[in-house]
Write a protein that binds this ligand. Sequence first.
Ligand code: PRP
Ligand code: HPA
Ligand code: MG
Length: 180
Amino acid sequence: MKAPKRKLKVLISEEQLQQRCRELAAQINEDFAGDSVHIIGVLKGSFMFLSDLVKHLTIDVSIDFLGLSSYGTSQETSGVVRMTSDLALPIKGRNVIIVEDIIDTGLTMKYLLENLRTRMPADIKVCTLLSKPANTREDVPLDYVGFTIGDEFVIGYGLDDAEFSRNIPYIGVVDLEDED
Ligand SMILES: O=P(O)(O)OC[C@H]1O[C@H](OP(=O)(O)OP(=O)(O)O)[C@H](O)[C@@H]1O
Ligand code: HPA
Ligand SMILES: [Mg+2]
């Protein structure tokens, strides 16, 4: 199977991503000083952002993951969020920070917040690398936002297009001017 060959435009560079990870981590360190946080990464898209973010956390941190999927091979949500894998650890009484790559329509985060609240954490905060407000349909509280972007399909740094391109080290968009 081959990934589509397209010209990509850099929307957010590696340097900008690293700088923002340091800034977001500094804010979390300050907000939870003297306390501990339980980080929940939403797979698959969040894996690169999460691994860069947590390197800069100096507070006590535990980490778990769950898998959610709603896009499949499409660039539009199916509208149905499916849990592909659940957490390994309980979250009752914990200060949870959900780490996501992107809030697009908001459907995934709405589903996740409803699900996790039933497990009685002490607190839930949302940390997302990207927010696409022009496309957001569900009103979800965002506590830490890396970058606000326009209504365009982005790939790289964990985000995929039909499972390809997650390994690109920056956030890119397809450069339509260079399409044949
Ligand atoms: O706000 P929404 O419109 O719900 O979109 C955001 C969600 O969509 C993507 O997941 P996807 O279903 O592509 O799974 P993946 O992380 O495995 O790529 C992304 O990683 C978010 O979890
Ligand atoms: O813009 C996007 N790119 C990749 N995956 C996504 N999932 C929701 N929105 C996006
Ligand atoms: Mg995806």
